[in-house]
Design a protein around this ligand. Structure first.
Ligand code: TPP
Ligand code: MG
Length: 275
């Protein structure tokens, strides 16, 4: 594939590993594109960043495609690794990008405790409603009654409202957008990167291969139009009943505050202990 050596985003991309692993219509490329534009507009030096991922299609977004120091860790453990990195390198921007299964399933406890500690990580949870990479098993965010490869008669569990959960756990910044909302998502990524404490964006993203085709949306555009149709802003949603919100995706900023950050607290304790 022909690369563009002088493109403004080349400094953030490992162009030598193209073409990429994403299926046609996947939202992963959109998220990578927006994130690289954010880094460029904020004039962030790639050397400031350490990206940490788990295992899954969403974890391919930073690794290998983002040209920064990257830890591609085990499934469910991205936040645990990122916590260690942030404790040892508090001045670095430590960014976690991983899937709904990774961060809210096997890694769910790491997620809520990182939010409770308010550790200065920036976390993008790519919610495609499914275990995408492994072929479409049910995840903790799969909607009720949806058929997946492990729920062939329909999902009998209700999904996590994962952004609400992280906000309740104690994060400084939480928002929810989708790959349809590219400008809002871009602004939100900038806000998240500017926080000192734990910042979290749930990014609803299309996965035509493992999710869309199971719910009658065979290509990425069908799913993007669905995000457009079903999204509703937080302020508007306040006036609707829970029954009216049943099929909706509430988008916007859930929380933006400044509580003490975990590694700042650790440093104070260490200084006090050292006398
Ligand atoms: C400990 C462990 N359990 C299970 C797996 C198999 N596995 C790899 S990725 C994955 C789920 C991926 O789903 P998600 O995190 O939502 O990412 P997506 O592919 O949808 O982006 C699973 C179950 C694994 N690699 N390691
Ligand atoms: Mg997933």
């Amino acid at each position: 594939m022909q690369t563009q050596p002088h493109h403004k985003l080349t400094k953030y991309l490992r162009t030598d590993v193209l073409p990429n692993a994403f299926c046609a219509g996947c939202g992963g490329g959109t998220i990578l594109n927006i994130f690289c534009n954010v880094l460029e507009e904020m004039e962030i030096d790639p050397n400031e960043i350490i990206a940490v991922t788990g295992i899954g299609c969403s974890s391919w977004i930073p690794s290998p495609y983002l040209k920064v120091d990257t830890l591609h860790t085990t499934h469910g453990r991205a936040i645990a690794f990122a916590t260690g990195v942030k404790v040892m390198k508090p001045k670095k921007r430590v960014i976690v990008i991983a899937g709904d299964g990774d961060l809210s399933g096997i890694g769910g406890n790491h997620l809520i405790h990182a939010a409770r500690r308010n550790i200065g990580l920036t976390v993008f949870l790519v919610n495609n409603y499914i275990y995408g990479m492994t072929g479409g098993q049910v995840s903790p965010t799969t909607p009720y009654s949806v058929k997946s490869s492990t729920t062939p008669y329909g999902n009998v569990e209700r999904p996590f409202e994962i952004a609400e959960l992280v906000a309740a756990a104690g994060a400084d910044y939480v928002s929810r957008w989708s790959t349809y909302h590219i400008f809002q998502l871009k602004k939100s990524m900038k806000e998240a990167l500017n926080k000192n404490g734990f910042s979290f964006i749930e990014i609803t993203s299309q996965c035509p291969t493992s999710y869309g085709r199971r719910v009658g949306m065979r290509n990425g555009i069908d799913q993007l139009l669905d995000f457009k149709e079903k999204s509703i802003g937080i302020k508007k949603a306040e006036h609707l009943s829970s029954a009216e919100l049943e099929e909706k995706m509430i988008v916007g900023k859930l929380i933006d505050r400044n509580r003490p950050e975990f590694t700042d607290g650790l440093r104070r304790v260490n200084e006090a202990a050292a006398g």
